[in-house]
Design a protein around this ligand. Sequence first.
Ligand code: CDP
Length: 215
Amino acid sequence: MNKNIAIDGPAGSGKSTIAKIIGERLNLMYINTGAMYRAITLKALRENISYTSVDKLEKLIEGTELYFEDDQLFMDGENISQEIILPETSNNVSNYAAVPKVRRMLVKKMQDMAKKFDVIMDGRDIGTVVLKDAEFKFFLSASAEERANRRFNEYKNNGVEVDYNELLEDIKRRDHIDSTRETDPLAKADDAIEIDSTKLTIDEVVEKIMNYVNK
Ligand code: CDP
C-alpha cells in the first residue's frame, strides 16, 4: 500500500494550507478533495445543471477529466483553481457534495489517485471513508468565528471583497449541511488525532503534525 495521510475538518480549519506544507516536507502529492467537489459544482453551474438532476450530474462527471499539477486543479485541461474558490461556487458546493452518486464517483477518483501516488489528502470524509486505512489521520477544528476570519483575510489578500458576516453565515450553513448529510458526513474518524487550531499559528499546527508523523 502507498504511504498516505488523511486530514479532515470543517471549512476554514486550515486543512489545505497545512496539507500543502506537510506534503512538500514529506514528498507526498497533495490532493485537495474539496477542490474536486468545487470543480464539479462549477461545471454544473456553467451548464445549468441542478444538484437534483442526478442523471445529468452522473454524465457530467463521466465526461470530466480532473487532475492536479503543482497543487493546481485542471478540469478538462483548464486551470480552474482560482475560479472555484469564488463565492458562487462556495455557496453551492455543499448541495452538490451531498448527492450520494456524486460522492461515489468522486471518491472512486480519489482512491484511484491514492493507489497510484503517495498522497496527503484533505477533505471531510478522508479518514472515515476515502482512506480508511491511512497511516496517519488528523482532524483539524477551530471556532466558526476564527474560521470566517481566516477566509475573510484570504479573500482580502486576493483582492476579493466580501462581507465578514456573510462568510460566517456561509461557513455555519456549510458546517450544518456537511455534518448532517446522510452520505459520508463530516466526522472525526475514531482513530484520528484532533487538533484545535483556533489559537495556533500555521507553523504550530505543522509542527504538531510532524511530531506525530516522525514518532
Ligand atoms: O476550503 P473549504 O474548507 O471551504 O472547503 P473545501 O475543502 O474546498 O470543500 C468545499 C465543500 O466540498 C465542503 O463544504 C463540502 O461540502 C464538500 N466536501 C465534501 O463533501 N467532502 C470532501 N471530502 C471535501 C469537500
